[in-house]
Design a protein around this ligand. Sequence first.
Ligand SMILES: [Zn+2]
Ligand SMILES: [Zn+2]
Length: 304
Amino acid sequence: MLSVTFLGTSAARPTVERNVSAMALVREGETLLFECGEGTQRQMMRYGVSFALSEIFFTHFHADHFLGLIGLIRTLGLQTRTEPMVLYGPKGAKKLLGQAIQLGVERVPFEIEIRELKPGEVVQRDAYDIWIFGTEHGGGSVGYALREHERPGRFDPDKARAAGVPEGHLWGKLQRGETVELADGRKVSAEGIVGPKRPGRVIVFTGDTRPCAAVVDAAQGADLLIHEATFGEEEKERAKETGHSTAREAAQVALAAKARRLVLSHVSARYSISADELVKEARDVFKETVVAKDGMTIEVPFSD
Ligand SMILES: [Zn+2]
Ligand SMILES: [Zn+2]
């Protein structure tokens, strides 16, 4: 299971309908939080996102992306949490997040580590990696691409039987790509019995950015591209001036990256109630587009 739940989809300030930026990614029971705008903890409660998380990833330090950390840390402290937590962000994370977690007179009863990341770095995991790429929003902002490792190819039981491999532990070995030895001493390799390796899933989260080549590169073949779309076409000059993207620009990035699906988020307050205009402008360029809403969950299945 791999899904994302949008906790806040409004740019710069909250509205009645939308809170400021935050998104929970849930993979095989593990929850990762991306951004933590003001009020995120309450959104987590509303939309059933687990507080048992150990990592939060920040794209940059405009206040609408991280003020919620102050309160979330206090609540986790009240829950007598003891597990350590790691906060990731670009240059400046140590100073800004360091201040945020110290604000308030309560003592935080668990350890918090802050790691600064540079574009090109990779946070490695057993089953996936998180790639960090540079974005164009000023001040060394970054985006994140979660890339699952390749999966083993499909095992064909008929072919295994035909090759004389009896059902049992030898099948398991073949499935793992190993060569097995039969009772008569014959060796059978996995090739031909197990198909080619299959790709894992890819989710790309841009944070605030102008459309840029680094995002196109990072999002190559992505199953899901979550791109900011603060403005519509009529404000494209403003998007340029403020380091943001229009819905149409986000769609052009998705098209250039050959992504499967595009989700627009971080929309200006004027689209708070209806973002139909943004969706329409984006779909003219890239059909598989939706605009995020607070509380929306999107599942990401394997492509095969
Ligand atoms: Zn923002
Ligand atoms: Zn920003």
